[in-house]
Write a protein that binds this ligand. Structure first.
Ligand code: PRX
Length: 644
């Protein structure tokens, strides 16, 4: 079935195309050609259309590889673009955010209401001494105040660093420290599968190791008891109570930093990916409109968490700048039952739905009955992000959720790219299940081999981007060398995406996963080295190797091989080590499998042979790798013997 699905072509439904922003392949190709011929004219025109300029820019792009400056000399404000620009229009009373909490409580904020709350909270932050350029960490559940906090920072020029609510206190402390955060915004707790996730308690621990943080703002969400330290901790409601609704957006330079978002790389230390103001704002907005074919009457729902880039670009910044109604949901997809997402679609009459393949695979496993009980007829298009979508999941999504009539956009992009780089345009591009199809206008990809030559159609290679684009990362916070080395030194004059990919005869791109030591677990990036560092920080562990193992649900699962310096191998210690990794990084990094081994397979020069371990973890009978450099064959035999 997979083979036939991969070669099938699904043209956009005619009715959809007729009403779409980009109505045909010819229109897409025209846009693409325009951007290719004159990228600066193209992006300059769109920037003038989409964003409000307090002062116009003088130059569209200043490219001093690997440093790009877009819309040089211009002044704008992302919070203004997301909120204020709609107030003078009929959208003033349009729903900006429709929110549903896990217990079923809902709130709707119009653009006017959002404006008032953002202003009050921005004034609250100012009263704590937060100023332009200060870093504010945000560790919150998926509640409207999370978006409000992001927009309030943007309004006054503070740089936010959103930390996903699943990260541990150690991870929060590392991020606070790396970014020299001055303030942390959190909540007493958030709801997840009927339980309260004690966010403030994690922050309390983190703040013991965060000397730069002077203040902590706490939203009351669950009403659980928390400790509030006098002088340092402030309730959100107290802070906004006296605050004025008047807080004009501060004109920011196009290249002022907007946010930092930490993501895993191939070393043990997460990187603070840095995005700036105008280019990011334009790219998120423009790609949102192209890819989701957004119309004013749509209810749009992206199921990501704002702790990841997808939430930044496609829950908050892109949709709000476009004047969309964006839906936010706080909790789990299987609470109180496995039909929760479809209840939300049914209840709020969602038109555009954007989720991850790992979620789709979970829905398949949970059974069609949860879908069939709900009315999904409001849906008009579907999206996928975060990892390659296997054709079987694609077809299920198409048939069961889209009822055969909704175009699916498989969107390829990264934290670093700021927005979608490759995707079908739903009214223009015929889709092939498993392919993210073609690049968006202004995006110039290429597949190259080890010698940096472009490979022939149908051959795999490294995916690179040959031209700068407005949403590209501007650096790694505090580490320009790593930025240069990681992204710009492997293939001359090209951005290295780190993915293995192929472009077929039709010019359609297929992404096969990472080339580096980065795992993709349920659409989340995890570094094997980070997991290994967490493990070896435990006193019983001498050495550890983490590898990915194919997993039906998560895409990849984390398998680790551990050599002990003390303690007894067995389930008890495995449990202790799992907990330890959780505490060091977060629940999403918990190893799925721990194997103890007296030694790890190494080359004669002492390098752990990870590819070999990957084969062993995957349970492959035949080891396809070259083992001629293996130092001690008995290690391999033992590891394989341990498999039962
Ligand atoms: O390997 C690619 C995979 O996710 C990586 C980026 O992860 P992150 O920065 O966490 O951003 C995820 C959300 C944008 C990529 O290098 N990836 C993302 N989308 C796709 C994908 N792989 C295949 N198909 C996709 N649509």
């Amino acid at each position: 079935m997979a083979e036939s699905a991969e070669t099938s072509l699904f043209p956009p439904p005619e009715e959809f195309s007729q009403q779409a922003r980009v109505k045909s392949l010819a229109e897409y190709e025209q846009l693409y050609a325009e951007a290719e011929r004159d990228p600066e004219g193209f992006w300059g025109r769109l920037a003038r259309q989409q964003l409000h300029w307090f002062e116009p820019f003088q130059e569209v792009l200043r490219w001093n590889e690997p440093y790009a400056e877009w819309f040089v000399g211009g002044k704008t404000n992302v919070s203004y673009n997301c909120v204020d620009q709609h107030l003078a229009t009929w959208r003033r009373n349009k729903a900006a955010i429709i929110w549903e909490g896990e217990p079923g409580d809902t709130r709707t904020l119009t653009y006017q209401q959002l404006h008032d709350q953002v202003c009050r909270f921005a004034n609250g932050l100012k009263s704590l001494g937060v100023d332009s350029g200060d870093v504010v960490s945000i560790y919150m559940p998926m509640v409207p105040e999370l978006a409000i906090a992001m927009l309030a920072c943007a309004r006054i020029g503070a740089v936010h660093s959103v930390i996903f609510g699943g990260f541990s206190s150690e991870a929060i402390a590392d991020r606070n420290q790396d970014a020299s955060a001055k303030v942390v915004i959190t909540a007493d707790a958030g709801w997840r599968r009927g339980q309260q996730l004690p966010l403030k308690a994690s922050v309390d621990d983190a703040l013991e190791k965060s000397p730069t943080v002077k203040h902590c703002v706490v939203l009351r969400r669950c009403g659980n008891e928390v400790t509030m330290r006098e002088g340092r901790d402030h309730w959100w409601h107290d802070l906004v109570e006296q605050a004025s609704e008047d807080c004009p957006a501060r004109p920011q330079d196009s290249e002022d930093p907007l946010f930092i978002l930490y993501t895993s790389g191939s070393t043990g230390k997460p990187k603070g990916i840095q995005h700036t103001t105008a280019g990011y704002n334009l790219f998120a907005t423009q790609t949102f409109q192209w890819v989701f074919d957004h119309r004013d009457e749509d209810v749009y729902w992206c199921t990501a968490d704002c702790g990841w880039i997808t939430g930044h670009s496609y829950i908050v910044y892109g949709p709000l700048t476009a004047g969309a109604t964006t839906l936010m949901y706080e909790g789990a997809p299987n609470w109180p039952d496995e039909g929760r997402f479809w209840d939300i679609v049914d209840k709020h009459k969602v038109n555009i739905f954007y989720t991850a393949p790992t979620a789709i695979r979970a829905f398949i496993k949970w059974g069609d009955e949860h879908v069939e009980k709900r009315d999904l007829s409001s849906l008009r298009m579907l999206g996928s992000v975060g990892e390659p979508i296997n054709p079987a999941a694609w077809l299920w999504y198409h048939d069961k959720i889209g009822k055969g009539g909704c175009p699916i956009v498989d969107t390829w992009w990264q934290t670093e790219t700021g927005g979608i780089m490759m995707s079908p345009l739903p009214g223009a591009t015929a889709t092939k299940p498993g392919s993210c199809t073609r690049p968006l206008p202004g995006v110039m990809p290429r597949i190259v081999d080890e010698e940096h030559n472009q490979v022939a159609a149908g051959e795999q290679g490294m995916l690179v981007i040959t031209q700068p684009w407005p949403g590209m990362l501007r650096g790694i916070w505090g580490d320009p060398e790593r930025y240069q080395k990681q992204y710009w030194s492997t293939v001359p004059n090209c951005y290295l995406a780190g993915d293995n990919a192929m472009c077929d005869e039709d010019g359609y791109y297929w992404i096969f996963g990472r080339l580096d030591d980065v795992l993709n677990v349920s659409g989340h990036r995890l570094s094997t080295t980070e997991i290994e560092s967490a493990l070896v920080s435990h006193p019983t562990v001498a050495e550890a190797a983490a590898v990915g193992r194919p997993d039906d649900l998560k895409g990849e699962a984390v398998a680790v091989f551990v050599t002990l310096s003390s303690g007894d191998p067995g389930e008890e210690l495995a449990g202790v080590l799992r907990k330890h990794v959780r505490a060091q990084i977060g629940a999403h990094a918990t190893p799925d499998e721990i194997r103890f081994s007296a030694a790890l397979p190494k080359t004669r020069s002492g390098k752990i042979m990870r590819r070999l371990l990957r084969d062993i973890a995957a349970g492959k009978e035949e080891i396809a790798q070259d083992t001629s450099t293996l130092e001690d064959y008995s290690v391999l035999a033992k590891l394989r013997g341990d498999e039962e």
